[in-house]
Ligand binder design. Structure first.
Ligand SMILES: [Zn+2]
Ligand SMILES: [Zn+2]
Length: 420
């Protein structure tokens, strides 16, 4: 026992120094890249209009240093396991060659992504969120310093991965080092706040199976989507990828986004006029509904309380619905209405306009559509079924257990016709 403690204590300072240095070097590197290339391109790739809160960086750094400490407490157990023969860490290539190193590293990354996806999704459950994950989501507009900004319980769950994985899979020492480097680099890239990936990382492109800054930034901004760490596999498979991901990534890396942002006053006014025409036009020049595409297009909820756009979710054969317009878009004080009833407190500052409320709608055998509907009035998500009620109406049924509520939405083309 004494010997084990000695092994542990002699390994710990090195593990702690490496975990801390890994974070500081990774985050500093990303912050430096952002600072150097901000004016020459990255400013135009900023993902959110809002800026990080004052004092946020300090909180993120302190939280991350605490996490590195917790990682080292768990990581030093690896040295004990190695000493006792519970796990195997290869040194040199006599027992397992370079090919094994590469394959085991790939396996470790896939396993970590899987572990992260499910743990992360579970931590978003309302009973676990406050204790485990709220600290990380205090950064709604993350910076690279947020990479390890976790509450102590969350840090312990993440730090357990490496010792657990090594119980099952022997690794090269170099493979472990590479894992540590890839992990922090992907992490600081995800929290960069401006898209640092090239267009080749776009969905459908050759590196599109990887996550991007847009992907994880949308998680911080919208919460209910994009739980993966390195890859998009699990989010695609489980239908939790943000419906707007593809559109947003492509828009941010497109040459148009990279065009000079400096606009004169004249063109600013022209843009403002074009903008207001566009906004006014949402109501009048709405997309026609194509029968063969299902209920794609804009729909008005009863009393024209809201206009919801149904469109294909990004990269998926399902439909998603987004609030595009609200009769009452502001509260009594003239502020935009927010998703204030959300169970996830981190999401309560999201504006209702632009909120995705219908997701994963797929065709049913009887010609209708089935998916999920989020009701901002009570902050709950329900099972939803949609069916056509004639050519210009849509019947929406949201069900909790056996209680179902029905609404009929009207195609905006009916409203257009009435205005003629
Ligand atoms: Zn999260
Ligand atoms: Zn994050």
């Amino acid at each position: 026992m004494n010997e084990l403690l000695q092994v542990y204590l002699s390994a710990w300072p090195t593990v702690w120094a490496m975990d801390t240095a890994r974070y500081l070097v990774g985050a500093t590197l990303m912050a430096t890249i952002l600072a150097v290339f901000w004016r020459t391109g990255l400013a135009r790739r900023k993902l959110q209009a809002r800026d990080p809160n004052p004092g946020q960086k300090r909180r993120e750094i302190l939280g991350s240093l605490r996490t590195a400490f917790i990682f080292s407490l768990l990581g030093a157990i690896v040295a004990v396991g190695d000493h006792q023969g519970w796990i195997t860490i290869y040194k040199g290539f006599s027992q397992a060659g370079p090919l094994y190193l590469v394959l085991s590293l790939a396996l470790m990354l896939v396993a970590h992504d899987t572990y992260f996806y499910w743990i992360h999704r579970a931590m978003h459950h309302r009973r676990l969120f406050t204790l485990f994950h709220r600290t990380h989501h205090l950064s709604r507009t993350p910076t690279p310093w947020a990479a390890y900004s976790f509450a102590v319980p969350e840090a312990m769950v993440h730090g357990a991965f490496v010792p657990l994985f090594l119980l099952f899979v022997p690794m090269h020492g170099l493979g472990l080092l590479a894992f540590g480097i890839v992990q922090i680099l992907r992490n600081v890239m995800g929290h960069a706040g401006a898209e640092v990936h090239s267009a080749a990382f776009g969905p459908g492109r050759w590196l599109g199976w990887n996550n991007t800054t847009t992907h994880h930034d949308l998680h911080h901004e919208a919460g209910r989507y994009n739980y993966g760490l390195y890859f998009r596999f699990w989010d695609k498979l489980m239908g939790t990828e943000h419906p707007d991901y593809r559109r947003k990534f492509e828009a941010i890396v497109s040459p148009a986004a990279a065009a000079p942002a400096s606009i004169g006053v004249g063109s600013a006014i022209a843009r403002a006029i074009a903008g207001s025409v566009l906004v006014g036009g949402l109501f009048l020049a709405a997309d026609p509904v194509r029968a063969d595409d299902g209920p794609v297009g804009r729909w008005a909820a009863p009393g024209v309380a809201a206009i919801v756009e149904l469109a294909p979710c990004s990269g998926a054969a399902s439909l998603c619905g987004t609030i595009r317009w609200l009769w009452q878009a502001t509260d009594d004080k003239g502020r935009p209405r927010l998703d204030s009833q959300n169970a996830d407190t981190a999401l309560r500052t999201r504006p209702l306009v632009g909120l995705s409320i219908l997701s994963g709608l797929t065709r049913t055998t009887n010609g209708g559509w089935e998916g999920r509907i989020y009701n901002p009035e009570d902050g709950q998500t329900y099972r939803a079924t949609l069916s056509r009620a004639g050519t210009d109406a849509l019947s929406i049924e949201g069900c909790v257990l056996f209680i179902c509520q029905k609404q009929v939405w009207r195609s905006v083309s009916v409203l257009q016709a009435a205005l003629r």
